[in-house]
Design a protein around this ligand. Structure first.
Ligand SMILES: [Zn+2]
Ligand SMILES: [Zn+2]
Length: 451
């Protein structure tokens, strides 16, 4: 090779690297997997799970042995933990089909949702979008829901805020919940799941809790999070601040966080936003409302101020949900609500990895597609975004248990990408979902600007 050519190539290389870094290195915290693994800890760890695919077709995959166990018609699949620690799988009450030691992944072939039922001791029956994995844990089986982040939020928002909250408050709650999930994605030491379905992370109960209002807020704010200093902000929220927010330092000690400061929850001379919100929740209409103030800014109080106007509910740091409802009622937008409760944060949009899937229709399709199974790559533990932040007292015990992720972000994201592209589905022209199990660079080209 001539030196001229070499020079030209090296210039190209440098240009490529700098382009790559300017577009994605700086904002790598925005590159996250669409799929979030939610530990369904509220279901407990029963000995037997029964899973009913809404389409009548199921695919079951042994993740440790890296091969499909079953793909075809099934009213229900049952998995039981035996005394020797093995799991026994059977389909439609037929004889035992398979024995497994490790995680099995259940996906409905066709359209979501997939039904997860517990047979035996408990009467809990829940319906989830996405796939369900089951593996031995704590003397029974623990279920994990592999679900699209946006679908996850459709259930979280109505679980966390008053279901009839006005649109702007629902949108603000959605962005806060999405940010919170992304920031705390590695909170649990268990490699099988990233966040749990209880108040410890965020309450999630699957499809049963979804509302059209929340779904609309999720769609409207797709991928949006708040960031601060090139990381997702710690968007803690609570029910009612009592008229005055307090700083994170006053609540949990540690260093002061610029966007979690104490201030009056309202505009001077008026009642607090949460008192309007609270009145609205109890009885509509609310009477005279103040006008929304352009360029509304919170006036910070000294960090240790703990003023109170009325009875509070929750830790009083970050977004006051009743206050957000009051603000929405007065006419403030979601952006204004977030700017008031998390001053100085930026609204940004995630670069989701993996193809986008329209899972709006939850009715089962008449003619599901069943595909042959092929080998997939072994599943890696997805550990995205190791982050630090102020501690919520309700989360201290979990944080103590948390092992610090040591992997580099990039390889983690790549591993996750591999996993998603093998586990996620695409839509055929007829709108029927196909499951792709082949590992050969699937779907990566569809990414929107990631790598
Ligand atoms: Zn948790
Ligand atoms: Zn308040």
């Amino acid at each position: 090779m001539t030196s001229k050519k070499q020079y030209f190539l090296s210039v190209l290389f440098v240009a490529f690297i700098s382009l790559f870094c300017s577009s994605s290195c700086e904002a790598s915290y925005l590159n996250v997997s669409r799929i979030v693994k939610v530990g369904l800890t509220k279901l407990g760890c029963p000995q037997t799970f029964t899973i009913e695919p809404s389409t009548g077709y199921i695919e079951i995959f042994d993740r440790s042995k890296n091969h499909a166990v079953y793909s075809g018609k099934a009213e229900k699949a049952s998995l039981s933990l035996l005394k020797d620690g093995k799991m026994k799988l059977s389909i439609d009450d037929r004889k035992t089909l398979y024995f497994a030691n490790n995680e099995l992944l259940f996906s409905a072939v066709g359209r979501m949702p997939i039904n997860l039922k517990i047979r035996g001791g408990s009467s809990k029956i829940q319906t989830y979008r996405g796939s369900i994995s089951l593996a031995p844990e704590r003397g029974g089986l623990l279920a994990v829901n592999h679900v699209d982040m946006e679908d996850y939020l459709k259930s979280v928002v109505p679980c966390e805020i008053w279901v009839r909250a006005p649109e702007a408050a629902q949108e603000a709650q959605t962005i806060a919940a999405r940010t919170y999930a992304v920031r705390h994605i590695n909170r649990h030491p268990n490699p099988r799941y990233q966040i749990c379905d209880t108040v410890h992370c965020q309450v999630y109960t699957g499809i049963v809790r979804e509302t059209p209002l929340a779904a609309k807020a999720v769609r409207k704010t797709e991928g949006q999070i708040l960031s601060f200093s090139k990381a997702p902000a710690n968007t803690v929220y609570h029910s009612n601040c009592g008229g005055y927010l307090i700083s994170s330092k006053a609540a949990w000690s540690g260093s002061e966080i610029p966007y979690l400061v104490g201030h009056f929850d309202g505009t001077p001379g008026e009642d607090s936003f949460c008192s309007y919100g609270n009145r609205f929740k109890k009885s509509q209409p609310t009477g005279r409302l103040p006008k929304p103030e352009a360029g509304l800014k919170a006036k910070p109080l000294p960090w240790n101020a703990r003023k109170l106007e009325h009875k509070n509910y929750g830790h009083r740091v970050g977004m006051c949900q009743d206050g957000a409802i009051g603000m929405a009622l007065i006419g403030y937008s979601a952006r204004q609500i977030l700017a008031f409760y998390y001053p100085g944060t930026r609204l940004e949009t995630l670069n989701y990895a993996g193809p986008q899937i329209d899972s709006e229709e939850i009715e089962p399709v008449k003619e599901p597609v069943v595909l042959a199974s092929a080998r997939i790559q072994p599943v890696q533990t997805a550990q995205l975004l190791p982050l630090e932040g102020p501690i919520n007292p309700t989360q201290i015990s979990a944080l103590k248990r948390q092992s610090t992720p040591s992997e580099t972000r990039k390889s983690n994201i790549l591993n996750t990408l591999k996993e998603i592209s093998t586990v996620r589905a695409g839509n055929t022209a007829s709108g029927v979902r196909k499951m792709f199990w082949t590992p050969a660079e699937p779907g990566l080209s569809k990414n929107r600007g990631v790598f």
